[in-house]
Design a protein around this ligand. Structure first.
Ligand SMILES: Cc1cc2nc3c(=O)[nH]c(=O)nc-3n(C[C@H](O)[C@H](O)[C@H](O)COP(=O)(O)OP(=O)(O)OC[C@H]3O[C@@H](n4cnc5c(N)ncnc54)[C@H](O)[C@@H]3O)c2cc1C
Length: 401
């Protein structure tokens, strides 16, 4: 039992721990963020197993295959998965962000068709929002959707930085359906089958040699009537829901991702010289205190979620602090262990790829401006376009919603 657990939570924790104890021998031994086909297959099979163990979609309604529990149970499960040393779910984007968006805005048909296979890892999803000229200024999206006389749609344009597009069965795609209205009013969201004729996926290779994300091109792709998620022209509101879940997933996900100071300490502890170095100890202490602060700040966010409240703009600090603490940990491991740190796939990923997460889900500059304006009440940034205040651009939208 964790010191802060209520008796019910302690009972839930014991149940999760016991299931993991019984089943962890079936977990893949992979660590880090590797994406070779055999690793992806093993991770998806393990996600299916976790789903059978009622450890995926914990907060989802039971009618869509979830457990109908609260965010605290989700955190307990994340903590226990981290403690058992097994990987968590593979499709974090689908289960953490896109599934909840479909639950909030999708039709009943979409919920029944897509949520079950997503939860079991049978169909992986990707987020088709960013474009070459629409990142922070998400409302600048140019990919076009046009409705045909029979109610079907045609979609053309380019997306970029699309994580997991190469394994995805479906994408949730933000498009411009009406160029003649103020830009955040003319957007519509769609479910797009990634194997549809006219979809081309090109990998973008990173410093690590892996290609986690892609450019995706849409050349007059035909979509069936009813592929829209939420109302036509209501894509901005649907996208806001996704981005709220994105920020909470990254901000509260640190422990589930395995970013824990005890693990960093253990990695460094094997090196006698590093273990005794006062500077290494000071830096480790700083990292540990940030993760501890995050844990308690995260509890406040969870309490708000548990009460059915939408997390406020202060939640952006969780994302900023989590990512910066993990980057600091990667730098410390690299300094303390030297090139040996790169021998471990997980630490190699932390060192080389984490700086990119500063940008994902809203850049640090954008999020800091949001906290400045909406939490600290500082004067607003200049408007970047004629219609949308800075505070409603990508990753600030939650506060405005
Ligand atoms: C690891 C990773 C995974 C990703 N996965 C996905 C995905 O699956 N799907 C998807 O749709 N997108 C994805 N993205 C894209 C991500 O959402 C965008 O990179 C992000 O929104 C920033 O947009 P941009 O890259 O166009 O940068 P820009 O918006 O062009 O920003 C460039 C720089 O300018 C700064 N800047 C811009 N505007 C302002 C301003 N008003 N005030 C101050 N500074 C400003 C930014 O902070 C940044 O430093 C991913 C990105 C990363 C790094």
């Amino acid at each position: 039992m964790d010191l802060s657990d209520t008796p019910e939570q302690a009972e839930y924790r014991a149940k999760v721990r016991s299931w993991l104890e019984d089943n962890k021998s079936q977990a893949p031994t992979v660590v880090g963020d590797r994406i070779e086909p055999e690793v992806v297959d093993a991770r998806r099979a393990w996600q299916r197993k976790l789903a059978e163990g009622e450890l995926v979609g914990i907060t989802w309604p039971t009618e869509y295959g979830g457990q109908g529990l609260g965010p605290l149970e989700q955190v307990i499960a994340n903590q226990e998965i981290g403690r058992a040393g097994v990987p968590g779910i593979f499709d974090i984007i689908g289960v953490g962000m896109l599934g909840p968006t479909i639950i909030a805005h999708g039709s009943e048909e979409q919920k029944h068709r897509y949520l079950g296979p997503m939860l079991h890892g049978d169909e992986v999803w990707c987020q088709l929002f960013s474009e070459p000229a629409a990142g922070s200024d998400l409302a600048g999206i140019q990919a076009r959707s046009r409705q045909q006389d029979d109610g079907s749609w045609r979609v053309s344009g380019q997306k970029v930085w699309t994580t997991n597009a190469q394994f995805a069965s479906f994408g949730l795609m933000m498009t411009r359906s009406d160029p003649d209205v103020p830009k955040h009013k003319g957007l519509t969201m769609f479910v797009v089958p990634m194997d549809a004729p006219g979809v081309t996926i090109r990998p973008l290779r990173q410093i690590s040699g892996d290609a986690h994300f892609n450019e995706v091109f849409f050349d007059d792709v035909a979509l069936e009537p009813g592929s829209e998620v939420g109302p036509v022209g209501g894509g901005w509101g649907v996208g806001m829901t996704t981005l709220m879940f994105e920020r909470v997933t990254i901000g509260l996900g640190g422990e589930g991702f395995g970013w824990r100071s005890d693990r960093f300490a253990a990695a460094i502890g094997g090196d006698e010289e590093a273990r005794r170095d006062p500077e290494v100890r000071r830096r480790l202490g700083h990292i540990a205190s940030q993760f501890l602060a995050l844990r308690f700040t995260g509890y406040r966010t969870l309490t708000a979620l548990q009460r059915g409240q939408t997390p406020g703009p202060e939640g952006a600090l969780g994302k900023i602090t989590t990512v910066n603490a993990a980057i600091e940990a990667g730098e410390l491991l690299a300094d303390a262990l030297g090139p040996d740190a790169l021998e471990d796939d997980e630490w190699a990923g932390l060192i080389s790829e984490l700086p990119g997460i500063k940008t994902a889900g809203g850049t640090e500059e954008i999020l800091r401006s949001m906290v400045g304006e909406r939490v600290l009440g500082l004067p607003p940034e200049p408007r970047l376009d004629k219609g949308i205040p800075f505070s409603e651009l990508r990753s600030k939208e939650v506060a405005a919603a």
